[in-house]
Design a protein around this ligand. Sequence first.
Ligand SMILES: C[S@@+](CC[C@H](N)C(=O)[O-])C[C@H]1O[C@@H](n2cnc3c(N)ncnc32)[C@H](O)[C@@H]1O
Length: 221
Amino acid sequence: MPQPGCSCCYDEAFDADFAASELRLYRRRGPGRASKALADALSRPSVAGLTVLDIGGGVGAVHHLLLERGASSATDIDASSGYLAAAQEAAASRGLTDRVTFRHGDFVALAADIEPADLVALDRVVCCYPDVDALVGRAAERTRRRLAITIPPDIWVARLVIRAINVWEWVTRSDLRIHAHPHERVRALARAAGLVPVSSTPVGSWRLLVFERPILTSDSR
Ligand SMILES: C[S@@+](CC[C@H](N)C(=O)[O-])C[C@H]1O[C@@H](n2cnc3c(N)ncnc32)[C@H](O)[C@@H]1O
């Protein structure tokens, strides 16, 4: 059933059973390749004392890595209550509970109420959300230093796979749809919020896009 503020069905698509099995996998194998690469990109040159906004954080792999490397605090905002509960459990077992604020809901709907953060992560989230302008635009506006996004590659094979996944979602009566948002649109939204593209690198079957807010020196003002 659609949730207030959510355009879809994240509580159903990523329900408690799904999140619990992702948490078991995370405990056995550690962070996935995309999450690790994204956290590494946000960690450069350092995370010491910085704040983190992990949008759609799942089990919390990205904010765990950043907090364990010295970030001061994190906010995890997730539209799935199953994932949020799994992230709370994982944070507790790592002794990180006091440094993470958990919010349930659609980031786009709640954005006005979310403090900007130094480091912002959208790890495999943009493709789950139909309104790329609102999601990436608001995330970029709330980025003080760096924004990192993992997204499906902008190539026809990926678009074909996404179509096949959506047929499966339809057959299984799920309301979730995967979206192949053009990377150029993502870059334009980041630029419009004052960020500059730093890199675009392949990570397994994903692409990692990194943006940075230029530091204004007295010369450049
Ligand atoms: C494919 S999962 C990825 C989870 C995790 N980031 C990872 O890479 O393992 C997508 C996540 O994004 C969340 N999500 C999608 N759109 C969202 C939005 N607008 N606000 C908050 N969470 C969102 C979903 O609830 C889900 O937890």
